[in-house]
Design a protein around this ligand. Structure first.
Ligand code: ATP
Length: 320
């Protein structure tokens, strides 16, 4: 096997009533890579994960996970992967420890092995203290960590996580990211996850794939995606809304690619520091002076919005 642990070629899924949820996608993920799969609601992320985890058959195309073919060797694949999908149902009356032991037994561990593995995993995800509490009484963050522990029982090579941090408060989100990062860095587990929190994907992912309307529209390292935008955001803050409005008219002479919020204007300009004197000159001409100026490089959110906007306008031009 090459060191590509996920390999997908022209993978497609059309649901029975005709929705083309995934259209001919091809990509690969290397062993040990942290891959984030992003896309707006309904883009095809869950459908892709379901196909890659053998829960759903593709209508066309092929894929291999850890060297095994999706259609020919699904049972082999299931032993190599861990899957945490959204809304997994677990019995709330059982304790965290009992659930992990049960999972171990389902994977064929002896009772003693399952107990030992549960202890290790509870430690890994920081649930040792609450291991013997009924999991129905766990907080959202604790439940997610338990989900994670359960997916790890059989030491999977690849972990598929569908929006693992959705609905968690920022502190719990950070904790869970730490656990996932640890698995990736210390144990070399390949991570394939979907998330809506782009700034977090930016921080943790080696590579990002963006899917929109069933098609992959970007596949890059986060840095490369951001620099491909070649735009800076210049934020100008004013003392009052009246001043901001005056300034906005003047700024429209430089670019129409701007946003106006309360007392600030955000200009999106090609990366080029020479624009600053031009901006200040135009403002001085109308006697308005900003109280603060901030220059920021694009974030992954900006890239995402731009890609989705470009796609929309191409479709509109084509009359789609
Ligand atoms: N079981 C199904 N039967 C028919 N259509 C479906 C089914 N599941 C998903 N779809 C449709 O397929 C498309 C892709 O959905 P999918 O759930 O894969 O997107 P997603 O990117 O995971 O969205 P979200 O972020 O909202 O979970 C959508 O148009 C959706 O309505």
């Amino acid at each position: 096997m090459s060191n590509r642990i996920i390999e997908v070629s022209q993978l497609s899924k059309t649901y029975k009533e005709g929705t083309e949820a995934v259209k001919n996608i091809s990509f690969s993920v290397k062993e040990g890579e942290f891959f984030a799969f992003l896309g707006p609601n309904g883009a095809g992320k869950s459908t892709t994960i379901k196909m890659l985890t053998t829960l759903m058959k593709p209508t066309f195309g092929e894929g291999k996970i850890a060297g095994y073919d999706l259609l020919q060797k699904p049972e082999k694949i299931r032993l190599q992967i861990g899957v945490a999908l959204q809304n997994t149902a677990i019995d709330p009356a059982l304790t965290g420890r009992e659930l992990i032991i049960l999972q171990g037994r389902l994977f064929g561990f002896s009772k003693a092995e399952a107990i030992k593995r549960a202890k290790e995993l509870l430690e890994l995800v920081g649930l040792t203290k609450d291991a013997d509490k009924q999991c129905g009484k766990y907080s959202g963050g604790m439940q997610r960590r338990l989900d994670l522990a359960m997916t790890l029982v059989h030491r999977p090579k690849v972990l598929f996580l569908d929006e693992p941090t959705v609905g968690l408060d920022p502190a719990s989100r950070m904790d869970l990211w730490q656990e996932i990062k640890k698995l990736n860095k210390e144990y070399g587990t390949t991570i394939f996850l979907t998330t809506q929190y782009l700034e977090e994907a930016d921080e943790v992912a080696d590579r990002v794939g963006i899917i929109n309307d069933g098609e992959i529209v970007a596949l890059e390292k986060p840095e490369a995606l951001k620099s491909s935008l070649m735009l800076d955001k210049i934020k100008l803050f004013f003392r009052s809304i009246q001043e901001k409005e005056k300034a906005q008219k003047a700024m429209m002479e430089i670019t129409s690619n701007l946003e106006s919020l309360d007392n600030q204007i955000i200009l999106h300009l090609q990366k080029n520091r020479e624009y600053l004197p031009v901006i200040l000159g135009k403002l001085a001409a109308v006697h308005v002076f900003p109280i603060d100026i901030q220059i920021a490089s694009p974030t992954l959110d900006d890239v995402f919005l731009q890609i989705i906007r470009d796609k929309k306008s191409t479709n509109e031009n084509r009359g789609v």
